[in-house]
Design a protein around this ligand. Structure first.
Ligand code: FES
Ligand SMILES: [Fe+2]
Length: 341
């Protein structure tokens, strides 16, 4: 035991620096209904490759790093047998003891975190309310997570980005208020409806509320006539300039099949308009970091506060992935779960 401790102190501890804490926030890896769980499911969190499989005996979801510890095969083409994931190259079996981090299902999506700060992922308001229906969309945006975050709290772009097909309005929002909490920013405003919105919703204005929860979750609620439409997004960084948006559309009106389809098309249209702008964002680097928000327009307090809350966000690159692997190895060496170290 003493030798173990000395080995740990001398060799492992200096290498196990603090890893990128983004790994300790729940990361949405996929929409459950779109995943074929008869096979393993591969997905990256930044540069960290993960592979998820469902234990065919217990139905428990498990995740390990998608690099076989024998000769480095990826395991997307592996087989699931007796609850284990079997590497396709030489058949090494990965069981529950090989799991890396924690995996769970929440609000129709699959989440993973290394050593989760929160017990469960943030819930989508009204998702489980029987009066509401939910639909999902998924899109890869060619921009950073930071650009994605700012976009969701930005009340100025609808006039320019969403106006051509009838979304947004060139009428400036009213009653704008922003709120800062420990790990989230809220933004409240009223929108005067444009002709299309007036036609669809039969109202002249809507009450809007946006919430961004650091570092990777946002929801916005549009309310009118006591009805609500919520668009929630879980962001997953895939590359420095690529962020997967898992979108959930939740509403308590237009609930018949056609109505749901219409709201899904409306949401897709809004998102594809954002896609066109967001691929036009400058890449994240020191120059951009120094320049961004040097100018602000009026009513951009929410974005300024968001910048402050996200100031420690760093894209999880391969160096961070190596660090977290070493941390996990050190924990395994002493037979501890990461929470105990
Ligand atoms: S590379 Fe996976 S078993 Fe050999
Ligand atoms: Fe937008």
């Amino acid at each position: 035991m003493l030798l173990n401790v000395m080995f740990y102190l001398l060799f492992l501890l200096p290498q196990v620096g603090s890893f990128n804490s983004i790994f300790n926030y729940w990361q949405c890896l996929g929409i459950k209904s779109k995943i074929d769980f008869s096979k393993p499911y591969g997905c990256n969190v930044g540069d960290l490759p993960l592979i998820v499989w469902k234990n065919d005996k217990t139905n428990k979801l498990m995740t390990t790093i998608n690099v076989c510890k024998h000769m480095g095969s990826k395991m997307d083409k592996g087989k699931i047998e007796n609850g284990c994931l079997k590497c396709p190259y030489h058949g090494l079996e990965f069981s529950e003891k090989d799991t890396f981090g924690q995996t769970m299902e929440q609000d129709g999506k699959i989440f993973w975190a290394y050593n989760p700060i929160h017990k469960i992922p943030h819930k989508i308001p009204f998702f489980s309310n029987p009066l509401y229906v939910n639909n999902f969309l998924q899109i890869d945006m060619d921009c950073s997570l930071i650009d994605s975050a700012y976009n969701t709290m930005d009340i100025r772009h609808p006039e320019f980005v969403h106006n051509n097909l009838g979304f947004g309005s060139n009428l400036y929002p009213l009653n704008i208020n922003s709120f800062k909490y420990k790990d989230r920013i809220g933004l409240k405003f009223d929108y005067l409806s444009n002709d299309l919105m007036r036609y669809i919703n039969n109202v002249n204005h809507t009450n809007n509320f946006h919430m961004f929860v650091v570092p990777n979750f946002t929801w916005s609620k549009v309310s009118f006539n006591k009805k609500n439409l919520l668009i929630s997004v879980n962001f997953l960084p895939l590359e420095k300039q690529k962020t997967r948006w898992f979108i959930t559309i939740t509403h308590d009106y237009n609930k018949d099949t056609n109505g749901q389809q219409i709201l899904k098309i409306l949401a897709s249209t809004i998102i594809s308009q954002d896609y066109v702008q967001l691929r036009n964002q400058y890449e994240e680097n020191e120059l951009k970091k120094a320049m961004i928000l040097k100018h602000t327009f009026k009513d951009e307090e929410a974005i300024i506060m968001l910048k402050e809350l996200l100031k420690n966000y760093k894209y999880p690159d391969i160096k961070d992935s190596h660090e977290i692997y070493k941390h996990n190895e050190a924990c395994n060496f002493f037979g501890y779960k990461p929470t105990n170290l």
